[in-house]
Design a protein around this ligand. Sequence first.
Ligand code: AHG
Ligand code: MN
Ligand code: MN
Length: 339
Amino acid sequence: MDGSEVITIERFIMEQERLHPEATGELSNLLYDLCLAAKIISRHVRRAGLTDILGTAGAVNVSGDLQQKLDLFANETVRHSIQHTGRVCVTASEEDEEPVPVPPGKPAGKYVVLYDPLDGSANIDVNVSIGTIFSIHRRVTRKNGPAGVADCLQAGKKQIAAGYILYGSSTMLVYTTGQGVHGFTLDPTIGEFLLSHPDITTPAVGKYYSVNESNWNRWTPPVQRVVAAFKNGEGRIQPKNARYIGSLVADFHRNLISGGIFLYPADTKNPHGKLRLLYEAAPLALVVEQAGGRATDGCRSILDISPEKLHQKTPLVIGSKDDVAFAARILAAEAVPQK
Ligand code: AHG
Ligand code: MN
Ligand code: MN
């Protein structure tokens, strides 16, 4: 790109589709649907302090997290943008206890969308970057039968596409369909996502380490050793700068662009970690691996984990491949297979 060319995400997706003569256009259209949802959520995020969309909705989700009004708005916005199109058979979200099949009478398509509608909810009311994360699978149940949880419980390596929207200093959409990672920035004056970061790759060694160090006393000694190594240096690992926003998407994106490692290890309070496999760890694992990075649960590749429960949690170590490998060498020694 010589800087003068303006490529909208719609045009980019169409050109990617042309590389696959067998493509039907359904995935392209599903990605457009998610773009629309992103623009609608972005509009509300940008004006959150001026409309009655801040604060809690008064209920908790299946993970026990207090639901914010924007969690629920984003949840409905994503589902309403994709459910009636005939491209999707079932959706599953952090905010819905069970999968939501396409309503009777509506056409059911071949795709499954798993999503975290609003990531970083604790940051909504204090104007800190938040995001949306999505994962797309192909249905595995019989075409005219009922779609449901079996279609959702697929390993991350089966994903057809994955990505996220970051409502940061600008609104960006970053996604992969397995052909590299591409970033688009929303130009609100024309309402278009424009190609701004083609072919994103992430450095092998990171500048930053991101972890909530207030959990230090709840970690195992090997986890403490890994974090201390990133903080102070150990062997060939040079000391890194600490950066922790508390929104996974924001911490992940900064590390993807600049190089870094994000860790949410298991601890005595969260024995399986805090982050959810299907709609947080797995989609970001596909993105980071397509960008040359790595993602593990400390030792196993996130993309290889076969989920057993919809809201299953996993420890997460994700980012620059040499840093993730360093952590794995230490953590694998103490790893007890996650049930
Ligand atoms: P969500 O708002 O979707 O529940 O996600 C919050 C997650 C993630 O965004 C972030 O990395 C992590 O919670 C922060 O957890 P701590 O506040 O425990 O560090
Ligand atoms: Mn989240
Ligand atoms: Mn969320």
